[in-house]
Design a protein around this ligand. Structure first.
Ligand code: HEM
Length: 403
């Protein structure tokens, strides 16, 4: 079946993707996007299909080698290998082993223990903004908060955090920072060397931090190898940099655009825990899941997907599906039946969900309590959304308040 092409990449689309997703759910729920190099990427937009794909590890996989013809297995490029070979891009049994090991280290007790640090870091950032009399929410608050907290959790000493953040950025978005291939390679090497010395130091002298817990974690007599440790820490740093920032950024903008809902929170008529869930549903940080591959042919909504095809499930679309949510385009900070997919589903369900929730539940109320008259400092049309299909977040969010 020939489908009309949808614009999924322009700044116009990014400014408000939801009408396009609504059209796709209705007319092309399994949509074939044709890439310039002749590839097909399937976009899956209905809640029902998104949940089916996320739960199905038989027909879909994360490691492309499991979807490649057996006689020509694909390999990751060497430079990318250590970054890519993490559990987000692994299938069972590798994924099961890696996830079990990290679960031992990333415990509820460790996450709950961060509440004080999140509160203190948030207050420091907000007081600095009050002193300056200006707040660019993303750069001054939404990004530095989770970056500080993930560094704290891992056990990266404060003096090294700027360098680690710089190396992580080089892994995440080399293009946007204009880095050449060789410059990126140099940074990656420096990062590997730094973490190797960190692993050795923690093995010799354990501390109460996540890196020590990962070095020590053992499952059925097995530990994480050094490349696996590197990949795991890199994954946590990347997710720590790219996701919670958008919960705080998109969440703030959404509340500013819905003053009636914000007022309910400020007057104690609704609670922040439920509100954070609604903000995750309404305009969450992750627009589409990471790439999945068809491992076995499957027919979805009458459309045949073939082994080796690329699949993206559109989380932002599923979370606005009227077949699942009453009045999905209405923000209701006390929505009760809210089984949103902001953290994914199935075996790759977000490891950091409890931490992200805790950060949102602390950061957002503190922001609006410190600046009760917060408002946009620029016309809404000037807001720019970051490009790329994976994440949904603002480049900047300039704010102001009444003195
Ligand atoms: C609001 C913030 C966050 C959101 C919305 C979010 C969302 C997600 C989603 C949708 C997935 C599944 C991706 C897929 O199946 O393709 C995922 C996986 C993951 N997330 Fe998060 N995430 C957030 C914060 C975090 C944080 C703070 C951490 C780490 C500290 C983290 C660590 C991970 C890891 C390690 C995985 C891979 C799990 C696996 O493959 O088993 N996330 N996240």
């Amino acid at each position: 079946m020939q489908q009309r092409p949808y614009d999924l990449f322009s700044p116009y689309f990014k400014a408000d993707p939801f009408p396009t997703f609504a059209q796709m759910r209705q007319d092309a729920p399994i949509y074939a996007h044709h890439t310039p190099n002749g590839r097909i990427i399937w976009y899956i937009t209905r809640y029902e299909d998104v949940t089916a794909v996320l739960r199905d590890d038989v027909h879909f996989c994360k490691d492309p080698r499991n979807a490649a013809p057996p006689q020509q297995p694909q390999r990751h490029a060497t430079l990318q290998q250590m970054i890519n070979e993490n559990m987000l891009f692994a299938d069972p049994p590798d994924h099961t082993r890696l996830r079990a090991l990290v679960n031992q280290a990333f415990t509820p007790r460790r996450v709950e223990g961060l509440a004080g640090a999140i509160q203190a870091t948030a207050v420091t950032l907000l007081e600095a903004a009050a002193q300056r009399d200006s707040l660019e929410l993303i750069g001054d608050y939404a990004l530095p908060l989770p970056v500080q907290i993930i560094s704290e959790l891992l056990g990266i000493p404060p003096a090294d955090r700027t360098a680690v953040s710089d190396w992580s950025q080089a892994i995440i978005s080399p293009g946007s920072r204009g880095l050449s291939y060789s410059a990126r390679r140099r940074k990656l090497r420096a990062f590997v060397a730094y973490l190797q010395s960190m692993f050795a130091a923690r093995a010799a002298q354990p501390q109460d931090d996540l890196i020590t817990a990962l070095v020590q974690a053992e499952e059925a007599g097995e530990r994480l190898s050094e490349p696996e440790l590197f990949s795991m820490v890199a994954l946590l740093l990347v997710t720590g940099h790219e996701t919670t920032v958008n919960l705080i950024g998109n969440g703030t903008l959404t509340l500013l655009r819905h003053p009636d809902q914000l007022a309910r929170l400020q007057q104690g008529e609704a609670n922040w825990e439920t509100a954070v869930e609604e903000l995750l549903r309404y305009d969450g940080p992750v627009e589409t899941s990471t790439t999945r591959w068809v491992r076995q042919d499957i027919v979805l909504q009458g459309q045949r997907l073939r082994r080796g095809d690329v699949v993206r499930v559109v989380i932002s679309s599923a979370n606005r599906d009227a077949a699942q949510f009453a009045q999905p385009d209405v923000l209701d900070v006390s929505r009760s039946d809210n089984r949103h997919l902001a953290f994914g589903l199935g075996i790759h369900y977000c490891l950091g969900a409890p931490l992200a929730r805790l950060e949102g539940r602390i950061a957002l109320p503190l922001l609006f309590a410190r600046f009760p008259t917060l408002r946009l400092a620029v016309p809404p049309a000037e807001l720019r959304w970051r490009t790329g299909v994976l994440f949904r977040g603002l480049e900047t969010l300039p704010l102001t308040w009444e003195a």
